[in-house]
Write a protein that binds this ligand. Sequence first.
Ligand code: AMP
Length: 284
Amino acid sequence: MEVAKTIELVRSLVQAARSKGKKVGFVPTMGALHIGHISLIEAAVKNCDFVVVSIFVNPTQFGPGEDFEKYPRPLDADLKICRKAGVDVVFVPTPDQMYPSENLTWVNVEKLTESLCGQFRPTHFRGVTTVCAKLFNIVAPDVAFFGQKDAQQAVVIKRMVADLNMPLEIVVCPTVRESDGLAVSSRNKYLTEEQKKDAAYIYKSLQKCREMIEAGTTDTETIIAEMRKMLSQAPSIQIEYVSIVDAETLQNLDRIIGKVLAAVAVRTGPTRLIDNILVDAGKK
Ligand code: AMP
């Protein structure tokens, strides 16, 4: 496994692999790798011949007062995980490599970035799409792997790739959860025991939503009220949003119809946690 700290090196390693006819898979991450990331790496290793993982805590997707400075950066442990998982190249650029001067060019996906997390993190998605566009240009993969855990991100990236005719495929892998249902996240490291217990109510509220849809409830307001009730059982949780949206347009729905995304964002203490489920309620 090679650790590439420069754009030039990762480009030349990928070019060498491609010239041998290898299919290149790419997993962009911010590091602090866990079993959720490993599931994406495993999908890449299974489906591609040459796998690149990037580890870059991207400053442009953090807003003022967010956790950019304190975001965990356990590089040695991350490299070990990548080696064990069969990764070919880990790309670990410095912020100066990625943003050598003031960034004047931004990629912004409209509409899809306005709902859900976009309401609360107004500059987040343009940071994500800009860094992913840069990483796709640097790594030039055939396939890039993203997690359903960040559902809005996956929808936004797919749209960017389609709208800008980027020559790669986006594969979205299922959310990996702890035994109590909590979606695995690098930010779970911040939680106290009590906050972790409370955080399990996020998935409970999403399960409640699925049960209600499966039992035939179609009024989203009724479902959201029950989800909020479930979350209110967790004393440390402050709700940011509980939303039921169309899975493609990410627009709020009054009634359950077609493929819906139920998504929750909360804070417990200083930590922000998100989760979601997709439910197919049948034909529109
Ligand atoms: P991050 O390092 O948080 O930027 O995440 C890198 C990639 O891993 C993103 O595509 C995430 O959606 C994905 N990911 C994070 N947590 C999980 C999880 N629990 N299950 C599946 N994918 C995940």
